[in-house]
Design a protein around this ligand. Structure first.
Ligand code: SF4
Length: 91
């Protein structure tokens, strides 16, 4: 199979490896939680994720089309921001 054949249609810069199991993303979030001083509050985290879930720029149910971040990870970071062109959808 050629490299082009394995590319998903959603994002021209990403290959199949962009599909990371949710359990793996959750483990990344758990590692961040070991540093609570760098984490958003539970309320802020859930509000951010609700915005991402409703956002048309969420890819694969996990990834922001604008930055390529896993939104669960980005939203967990206290200093995380929404990179939506034209203005943040968060906070
Ligand atoms: S643009 Fe903002 S709200 Fe939309 S998926 Fe990315 S981080 Fe989430």
């Amino acid at each position: 199979m050629s490299a082009l054949a394995s590319k998903p249609e959603g994002c021209k810069g990403c290959r199949d490896s962009v599909h990371v199991p949710e359990a793996q993303i959750d483990r990344m979030v758990e590692k961040l939680e070991r540093h609570p001083e760098s984490c958003a509050s539970v309320e802020r985290y859930e509000a951010r994720l609700a915005r991402c879930t409703a956002c048309g720029d969420l890819q694969y149910g996990s990834t922001c089309a604008h930055c390529g971040c896993f939104v669960k990870v980005r939203a967990k970071l206290l200093a995380g921001t929404c990179p939506k062109p034209g203005g943040s959808m968060w906070d």
